[in-house]
Design a protein around this ligand. Sequence first.
Ligand code: HEC
Ligand code: HEC
Length: 335
Amino acid sequence: MINLHKDHKSLLTIIVFVFLGLSTLIAIIPAYNMQTKVTPLSKSTALTQSERNGLKTYISEGCVSCHTQQVRNIAMDNKWGDRPSIPSDYYYSKQRLSFFQQSPSVLGSERTGPDLTSVGTRQPSDDWHLLHLYNPRIVVKESVMPGYSWLFEKKKKSAVSENDIVLNVSKEFVNDKYAIIAKQEALDLVSYLKSLKQADLYAVPSPEFIPASTKKETVIISKGTGNLPNGEQLYMDKCASCHQLNGEGLGGAFPSLKGSPIVLDKNHDLMIQIILAGYDARSEYAVMPAFSDQLSDAEVAAITNHEKTSWGNNAQTISEEDVKKVREYLKTLNP
Ligand code: HEC
Ligand code: HEC
């Protein structure tokens, strides 16, 4: 028996191993999984050198303390983006700053100022951003954001050279003998801000935020095979915006249904449950919304069969009865 009151070596060894074990379990493994599984969105682009420098300034100036860069999956956030943020949105900004510097998180949790996820779309003007950074009150009278005047240089007007980016600051803010010149850091920061645009995921209108406040009108569905509605048409209407018409999904956001083990599985319960109740099992993908309110048993069966038999998938089809059973079962879980 080790006596921890006296045996300091064992005590220290246990502490070190518990520490290493916990660090591996709660920090290293999850981080490793995220880094290997998250892929960039097809429509997002890598940061340019100037944008990366801007990101560094964004971090060193602490902009994150007042601004978030995450559109949460709730209806009140949809003015900040067309869709909820997903891990892949951060693929490029999460790359190491340098060999010695891991990229700190700029997601933020405090919104003293507006969310900046899509500020590049909302405010594409360089001039606006530069003036705003120099002194926010110039463009937004009631702003409480601090000015970042050290990213700018005050020069005598006579000393201004033609390569200088001069701000149009009114006399109210600077003596008219002087001109305000943007330093490279300010220009880089603005390129970074302008690069903040939510990458478009959807060929078709974006899905609703969860919880969806209203039900969508169901289009009139023509008859499909057997006594079920037309699964292909329903798929196009309800599922293709995320999983795409070719069933291949979108890297980093929505899994492929073509060849998916869940779709091909002989036991169809999980697939039906995913469609009825939604699915958020893997962090490398976005969230799949629930469709139990929008689709009848027959419609779910029709879509399931469409997915099980399209794009080279060749799995056993199901009936309306099968869906009914799963729906009943889900009701017992969530009465
Ligand atoms: C003390 C909190 C605070 C800090 C720190 C702060 N901001 Fe702001 N920011 C605000 C507020 C409040 C607003 C809204 C009023 C306005 O537009 O000035 C704002 C607005 C903005 C906007 C305009 C957003 C829009 O939707 O039009 C941008 C861009 C911005 N800030 C960038 C930055 C950058 C870059 C930094 C770091 C260099 C920064 N902010 C630091 C509080 C802050
Ligand atoms: C808002 C986007 C979105 C829509 C619309 C959507 N899905 Fe999904 N679906 C997802 C995401 C994201 C996942 C993966 C979730 C996870 O694993 O965390 C997923 C997973 C699945 C899976 C599991 C596949 C696998 O390999 O893991 C099936 C089956 C599925 N969806 C079917 C459907 C069907 C049928 C519809 C239409 C009724 C539909 N989805 C509509 C986003 C969507």
